[in-house]
Design a protein around this ligand. Structure first.
Ligand code: GDP
Length: 314
């Protein structure tokens, strides 16, 4: 387990096409290069296709990168307003967001929509002005627009102090300066800003286990996969737990498999502590909004809002 101080949980939010996917890819590609004595983790998993197939179902939602001694969990957010409920739930899993804004297009409707959610959840924002390489890029104006949007949406004083990183996800470059000619040839400015600005988890590992099922995934080998953040305590592979359903009823279950994230891969892990984002397989009828709790102390977490139509799983 990483110490709580060395974990960062963030979501990436943006208007569609502003470069979320490209940014995550590049952050992943470069992350290994900042570690001592370790080989760079390749994007394509070459070991075998089956592993890749299994990995990718989760990759769609979660990625984790390592930077120096830090583990940065990245949760992707859906690009459409129809998934407002999912965005809302993701905001409860993270402590900060990277708001990616195109250096030419500036703020767009979805920028406003996702930023509002992040600010409402009191998250610490970092603004990434992406595509700084575009010939028509107008970073200074875009930052004015972003600041206006923060004010319009009622950002608090701390949120208004948001740091800005100028980047080209396409080229894998970044800088704290808005001059496109002054980009550094790596994205260290982004990693450093995440580590220095986003707060680390502060939940208590000593308390009885509580885990809110926040996202669901499915794969044919493992069945239902429940993803979420450990709200308190420690969760262990093989452990017996109580599942508290949305109607308040509860049942007993076992944590067959527990996974953390490493790059694009899901890695089996023995235990995870409060503040970690993990995936749990082996609980047959598990659903979003249910609480996985210590059988000796089964307390439910507040019920989640679920409003998108796609959650009905067969
Ligand atoms: P997403 O919808 O936010 O995930 O956006 P993508 O990452 O798929 O990027 C959308 C388009 O913008 C793609 O054609 C990317 O190649 C392009 N793109 C992403 N980042 C940059 C960048 O830094 N500079 C330029 N010029 N294009 C970029």
């Amino acid at each position: 387990m990483h110490s709580r101080e060395h974990i960062r949980n963030i979501a990436i939010i943006a208007h569609v096409d502003h470069g979320k996917t490209t940014l995550v890819d590049k952050l992943l590609q470069q992350s290994g290069t900042f570690r001592d004595h370790e080989t760079v983790q390749e994007r394509a998993m070459d070991s075998n296709d089956l592993e890749r197939e299994r990995g990718i179902t989760i990759l769609a939602k979660n990625t984790a990168i390592t930077y120096k001694d830090y583990l940065i969990n990245i949760v992707d957010t859906p690009g459409h307003a129809d998934f407002g409920g999912e965005v809302e739930r993701i905001m409860k899993m993270v402590d900060g967001v990277l708001l990616v804004v195109d250096a030419y297009e500036g703020c767009m409707p979805q920028t406003k929509f996702v930023l509002r959610k992040a600010l409402e959840h009191n998250l610490t924002p970092i603004v990434i002005v992406n595509k700084i390489d575009r010939p028509a890029a107008r970073p200074a104006e875009v930052i004015d627009e972003v600041l206006d949007l923060f004010i319009e949406l009622g950002a608090n004083d701390e949120q208004l102090e948001f740091p800005v990183v100028y980047a080209s996800a396409l080229n894998g470059t970044s800088s704290m300066e808005d001059d496109p000619a002054k980009q550094d040839d790596n994205m260290m400015a982004i990693y450093d800003t995440i580590v220095s600005h986003i707060p680390h988890p502060t939940e208590n590992v000593e308390e009885p286990l509580q885990f809110l099922v926040t996202l669901m995934d499915y794969n044919e080998y493992l069945g239902r996969i429940a993803i979420g953040r450990v709200n308190r305590g420690v969760i262990r592979q093989g452990q017996s737990v109580t599942v508290i359903m949305r109607d308040g009823k509860s049942k007993t279950a076992r944590i067959e498999k527990l996974f953390g994230f490493q790059g694009l891969k899901r890695v089996e892990t023995e235990e995870a502590g409060a503040g970690d984002i993990v995936a749990i397989a082996g609980i047959k009828d598990i659903n979003i909004g249910e609480t996985i709790a210590d059988p000796n102390n089964p307390e439910a977490l507040p019920v989640l809002k679920i409003d998108e139509p796609t959650l009905q799983m067969t």
